[in-house]
Design a protein around this ligand. Sequence first.
Ligand SMILES: Nc1nc2c(c(=O)[nH]1)N[C@H]1C(S)=C(S)[C@@H](COP(=O)(O)OP(=O)(O)OC[C@H]3O[C@@H](n4cnc5c(=O)[nH]c(N)nc54)[C@H](O)[C@@H]3O)O[C@H]1N2
Ligand SMILES: Nc1nc2c(c(=O)[nH]1)N[C@H]1C(S)=C(S)[C@@H](COP(=O)(O)OP(=O)(O)OC[C@H]3O[C@@H](n4cnc5c(=O)[nH]c(N)nc54)[C@H](O)[C@@H]3O)O[C@H]1N2
Ligand code: SF4
Ligand SMILES: [Mo]
Length: 685
Amino acid sequence: MKRASTICPYCGTGCNIYLTSKNGRVTGVYPSQHNDINSAKLCVKGWNIPEFIAHADRLKKPLIRKNGKLAECEWEEALDFTAQRLLNIKTKYSPDTIAIIGSARCTNEELYLTQKFARAVIGTNNVDHCARICHAPTVTGLIASLGSGGMTNPIEDIKNAKTILLIGGNPFEAHPIIAGHMIDAVDNKTELIVADPRRTRLCDFAQMHLPLRPGSDLALINAMAKVIVDEDLVDKAFIKNHTEKYEEFKESLKNFSLEEAQSITGIAKEEIIAAARKYATCKPSSIIYTLGITEHYTGTANVRALANLTLLTGNIGKPGTGINPLRGQNNVQGGCDMGVAPFILPGYAPIASLCENKSDMEAIKKHEAVCRVPFSLQEGLMTPQMIESALNGDIKAMWVMGEDLLTTEANANKTQKAFESLDFLAVSDLFLTPTAQMADVVFPACSFAEKEGTFTNTERRVQRINKAIEPLGESKSDLEIITLLSLKMNYIMKYNNCEEVFEEMKSLTPQYAGITYNELESQRGIQWPCLQEGSKGTPILHSKGIARGKGEFCFSEYIEPKETPDEQFPFYLSTGRILFHYNCGSMSGRTTRLAREFSENFVMIHPADARRLGIEEHDEVVVSTRRGEITVRAKITDETAPGLLWMPINFYKSRTNLLTNDAMDEKSGVSEVKVCAAAIKRSKK
Ligand SMILES: Nc1nc2c(c(=O)[nH]1)N[C@H]1C(S)=C(S)[C@@H](COP(=O)(O)OP(=O)(O)OC[C@H]3O[C@@H](n4cnc5c(=O)[nH]c(N)nc54)[C@H](O)[C@@H]3O)O[C@H]1N2
Ligand SMILES: Nc1nc2c(c(=O)[nH]1)N[C@H]1C(S)=C(S)[C@@H](COP(=O)(O)OP(=O)(O)OC[C@H]3O[C@@H](n4cnc5c(=O)[nH]c(N)nc54)[C@H](O)[C@@H]3O)O[C@H]1N2
Ligand code: SF4
Ligand SMILES: [Mo]
């Protein structure tokens, strides 16, 4: 039996695991005993990793569409065909008619090559990944307010907070090991405030639960800022030395009253005051937030409003403080760091048209020198814009790696039409997802257990993954697929191993410059920025002053969600996660013990609403919105609020995103999948 030390491929917590294997099969998984993240613990998804790796549905050979049907073919044929199609489209139209989607499930090395493929091989900045519909507002918002888009404090530092404001996050289901750290902190007298329209499981451990109306966070957070300023609970020295635009901000707070905030949020004014006082005075205080904040029309404004709270109270740069977005995917932090986005290069250097200073231009020159080609100076399209452009014929071809857009993008009917409009679609995945089923070519990618490289977790910790078994069937790593296709397109990407890709990447990515594979092994990961070799990295951001120089206050007025309930669609519909399943469900849905807990999609409805509509537990119901309808089972629970329907996103066979709204936050490109208007009725059957 062999044993490989690696990292869980599901959520951004980045739990350290060992995979055991025998005769080319993964036989077991267990957690590492001593590390700062998950000592001796895993969540239920982690414990069940081996099953999906060897699942009979794994793609083992490339597929190519012939006479309308996908059929197995040899690698040469799939690669030649794809290269020809992409080269033809590039020449006939332009490089900017091609778009590439990278995968936050892939390694940093693969993500680095994904953007290199787009920029150097195709010649476009049309490259993006799932951070767009996730924490894009975090990157945009925190860089604007503080100068860095990462989680500021490490996971193990949660215990040092005296107050935690958990807003728009459900770690009990989505980051269970981190929820464990929070529960330990509460056991040690940390005060927990939860702001969530639903009564999530961590509410049982909280001193306060603020069940605000969906999409009303900006009104709540601004009101908390108003209380902190009006009651003079601010950290004056911190504001003077480390911030700017405070006076303007203070003025803006005069334009609304706590009574207005109460009527928008549905939270009593006294509760808002109590929460603000606790956050500002029971220090150190930490903010932990996730998609309940970001996946809104006002996602970026919401994030900046939270940054205002940290700046007002000086709760930043020290143990137990900070603003801590829990990143979702195992390597979505890496996806952003590696510049898999239409307006940034690896290391967050803006692309030419957005350059404000000389050093930005120098970064581009460095990239061009390494890649041996000039880069497009035009910023590219974000995923929703790619979809829009495919619909109107401006995008002709897409290569989607490890993202099931048809299941996970907002307004799935629209995405489907966009894919139907394409001249060419290639997909790389482990499984034949709904998106892959629409492709002209499907490349069988191998899983994390079959490859080397690094993932960067939510706390910016870069960690090594090691191969446990050889790739299944004829599947190949995304790294190999990208380099092989490049070669077919007359661009040589030659690397003898994964480490060589890492070395090239870090020569262009200042935050990773001091990290080596050897140090990663011996230190159990390093948190960026790590500027030179020998440095131990940076567990807490902004400890030597705000990265931006001065933190910038920024006031945004509350705007209501793009869609709110009306006569025809009288409910709010919100969407999110359950513990036992993961995103599109391609892996968790194929895992017996996980599927046993929840085998099909459902909608949560409050008992009072169910009673009124004559809906009983497990009844078949039709949920509809302006974009579509689906039939699911009813789950009657007071976990959700009256007037609020809630559905998980995790079932590719019954896609919740047929219902959701693709209204977009202009600043970040995120879609408002956390709120839309919906109707529900008992199914006739
Ligand atoms: N088991 C499991 N774990 C996962 C995933 C998974 O699919 N399954 N996915 C991973 C990924 S990619 C991500 S990004 C993370 C996401 O992790 P989370 O963001 O924690 O998960 P969600 O369930 O999407 O949403 C969190 C909470 O936001 C609340 N919410 C909805 N609307 C609002 C609002 O308007 N205001 C406020 N304040 N709250 C609101 C919801 O009620 C929900 O409890 O999870 C990661 N971990
Ligand atoms: N309504 C609604 N929609 C949402 C959300 C929501 O809260 N509400 N959340 C959004 C968020 S936060 C996110 S992050 C997205 C996630 O959306 P997706 O990224 O589409 O979700 P995943 O299930 O992680 O899909 C990744 C795919 O990668 C494949 N895969 C796994 N490992 C590898 C690999 O090594 N290589 C390759 N090539 N493929 C691999 C998996 O089989 C899977 O098909 O969903 C978004 N959609
Ligand atoms: S908490 Fe996240 S990283 Fe840890 S075992 Fe569960 S899914 Fe994997
Ligand atoms: Mo995510």
